[in-house]
Design a binder for this molecule. Structure first.
Ligand code: CMC
Length: 391
């Protein structure tokens, strides 16, 4: 073997070729299959973007209808899955439950593991797309000690997700179009982001041919961390902390700059974007619009804006090219929709699901070899074993 190149965190290592998402971090450009994120967020709906990412082109009317119907046909979740979720305490974090349920789904759909033909692959993809929103909604219902439900097949993908999350027995659930549109947009913005931590996890697990659902479950776990998808929860917790502390942002900016303090400004900085995250630009505008339309006045939005302003003027953040990322304002919108903070990363997972699937499919169809990085060994040289009594 030749010399091994060391690249912790894979900062400069490409792991694959991909035709799905184009990202230019210097210029702040993001495109799915050649379409700009700005145009998709404005004009497409989430399911069209799901189709685009997975099947490479925007669907025509017939293709979209077939796809919708196939998803609806698979939307029921096996009743025994309810026993699995009922075994968890309601204090469990929704992301832990979601990754466990995604894994448990394999037991009830064993045929989804072997995907040797494109037909089998399509079936597995439709199944996970159909059942995952129900599992996501269940994590909220579990937390609220509410009875578990199934999808309303008369409603669209995003609408039915909201209904599953929020419907209460004996009450007719009324959809609010502002909420539907805002969630649709957020899901589109989160749908793919090339080889990020969770997507790389999905591709790596999938490269051992472990099956789609196992790979997605790994993606959910990877997304959970506060440096990745968990940042949306961490941002709101940070903003609440600033609020409870009297609202002065300068102390927190100082903490974030202090190298002896582990605190980081959550929702700031990005491995690839060294300019404004284009998704954050769209979300910031949308936060204002959604809060206005819903008549929500959230003092946390003002704190977020003044924190952003202070950071963007501070040499520490300027020199390191640290800008707000996708998670900085998304939580404020979720909050205005009545979604509890602990559920934010679950919403991110629902949005990222099509990206994970598209990347997994690309990896499998491209017959990529098993992912297996090397290392540079820095441990002990050969030593001889000492019996227990001599240690
Ligand atoms: N607050 C304070 N300092 C920061 C921050 C921050 N949020 N982000 C980076 N830095 C500093 C870091 O300390 C380092 O400084 P120095 O050069 O003096 O050592 C420099 O900026 C470069 O940072 P890095 O940690 O080497 O960069 P990375 O590419 O390894 O990490 C990141 C990227 C996103 C993990 C990081 O910026 C971070 O922890 N941000 C906060 C968490 C967050 O918002 N994550 C969401 C990311 S976007 C959506 C998603 O992935 O889900």
């Amino acid at each position: 073997t030749g010399a091994i190149t060391l690249d912790p965190g894979f900062k400069n290592t490409g792991s694959c070729e991909s035709a799905i998402t184009f990202l230019d971090g210097e210029k702040g450009i993001l495109r799915y299959r050649g379409y700009s994120i700005e145009e998709l967020a404005e004009k497409a709906d989430f399911l069209e973007v799901v189709y685009l990412l997975i099947f490479e082109e925007l669907p025509n009317k017939q293709q979209l209808d077939n796809f919708k119907n196939d998803i609806i046909g698979q939307s029921e979740v096996n009743e025994d899955m309810q026993k699995v979720i009922n075994g968890f305490p309601s204090s469990a974090h929704p992301m832990g439950i979601l990754s466990s349920l995604t894994s448990a789904l394999i037991a009830f759909n064993p045929k989804s593991v072997n995907v040797d033909s494109e037909e089998d692959m399509y079936k597995a993809i439709v199944k996970i797309l159909a059942k995952f929103p129900t599992l996501a909604a269940w994590t909220l219902r579990k937390r609220n000690n509410q009875a578990l439900n199934n999808r309303d097949t008369n409603l669209g993908y995003v609408e039915s997700l909201l209904k599953m999350m929020f419907e209460k027995p004996g009450e007719e659930y009324k959809l609010d179009q502002t909420v539907v549109d805002a969630l649709d947009k957020l899901l589109i913005l989160h749908a793919d982001h090339e080889q990020n931590c969770s997507t790389s996890a999905v591709r790596l697990v999938g490269s051992s041919q472990a099956g789609l659902f196992a790979s997605i479950s790994a993606g959910v776990s990877a997304l959970w961390g506060p440096l990745h998808g968990g940042a949306n929860q961490a941002v709101i917790e940070m903003l609440e902390e600033i609020q409870n502390d009297g609202g002065d942002t300068s102390k927190f900016i100082a903490k974030a700059k202090d190298k002896d303090d582990p605190f980081r400004l959550m929702g700031f900085g990005h491995r690839v974007y060294k300019n404004f995250d284009p998704r954050a630009k769209i979300i910031k505008k949308s936060a204002d619009e959604v809060l206005d339309a819903l008549g929500v006045e959230d003092p946390i939005l003002d704190i977020a804006k003044s924190l952003e302003k202070a950071a963007l003027e501070d040499p520490y953040f300027v020199e390191r090219k640290l800008y707000p990322n996708v998670d900085f304002y998304s939580g404020i919108i979720y909050r205005a929709m009545g979604i509890p903070t602990e559920m934010f990363t679950v919403m991110f997972a629902v949005g990222r699901l099509p990206g994970w699937i598209a990347q997994w499919k690309e990896m499998r169809l491209g017959k990529e070899p098993i992912g297996r990085p090397r290392q540079v060994y820095i441990g002990e040289n050969l030593r001889s074993f000492k019996q227990l009594e001599n240690r």
